[in-house]
Design a protein around this ligand. Structure first.
Ligand code: DX5
Ligand code: ZN
Length: 220
């Protein structure tokens, strides 16, 4: 089963509530929220305050993707704001095991993100603790970038590892995902597709979401 997580970074922030309702009626499975601090990535977005406002507009799960230094400082704040999933960037955290455990202790779904150049091997020691493995298919920081096909092999490695070790982690991909690149990542083993521009810059959110989700129903 394929889940679609529209990346709110590409939404029209003049109309937060309207955009949330639009992706809800287009049958999105969750809302992906990109938190950037201007240090870990060269861009600044929003923090818990906006996450809290989005939570007030929806019952959809909030998939909070932290692209910040010292993520452990902010775990509780995002929990209180209404995050359901909290994803830590592996490159931002020296004490990864500890921080992932803290996310679990907060009773949130725990995710770990890898930049395109970060090898899958680095996350293997904590894979059994993860609900979500986020494999970035662009270098994080901005929406609307081009998909990096080099990551496909990493998706396949991760899928094989998850099957072989009977783990629960779902593979999420993020960056440059549209109905064309979605085919490649679904074939490689991804089950949660984050998409920003492909959804929010389209005329028909529902059609794009359905096209991507239906890839799970056909033999690719
Ligand atoms: C990039 C973010 C993504 C981004 C995806 O750093 O993590 O979630 O918004 O946007 P698109 O789908 O437009 O590449
Ligand atoms: Zn993201």
């Amino acid at each position: 089963m394929i889940k679609i997580a529209p990346s709110f970074l590409s939404a029209d922030f003049r109309n937060i509530q309207k955009e949330v309702k639009k992706i809800e009626s287009a049958k999105a499975d969750m809302i992906h929220l990109d938190v950037m601090d201007g240090h870990f990535v060269p861009n600044i977005t929003f923090g818990p305050m906006i996450v809290k406002d989005i939570k007030r507009c929806t019952k959809l799960p909030l998939d909070v993707h932290l692209m910040v230094e010292n993520p452990n400082f902010y775990l509780k704040a995002f929990k209180d704001a209404g995050a359901d999933y909290l994803t830590i960037s592996i490159e931002s955290e020296i004490h990864l095991h500890k921080t992932l455990s803290q996310v679990k202790d907060l009773k949130l779904k725990v995710g770990c993100a890898l930049n395109p150049a970060t090898p899958f091997d680095l996350v293997k020691p904590v894979m059994k603790h993860l609900d979500l493995l986020l494999l970035m298919t662009v270098n994080p920081g901005f929406g609307g970038q081009k998909f990096i096909p080099d990551v496909l092999n990493k998706i396949k490695c991760a899928k094989d590892f998850i099957i072989k070790n009977k783990l629960k982690a779902e593979i999420e991909v993020d960056g440059g995902i549209n109905p064309q690149t979605a085919k490649l990542v679904v074939k490689a083993g991804a089950t949660i597709l984050v998409a920003g521009d492909a959804i929010f810059k389209s005329k028909d959110y529902k059609k794009v979401i359905k096209r991507m989700r239906d890839l799970g129903k056909i033999q690719l």
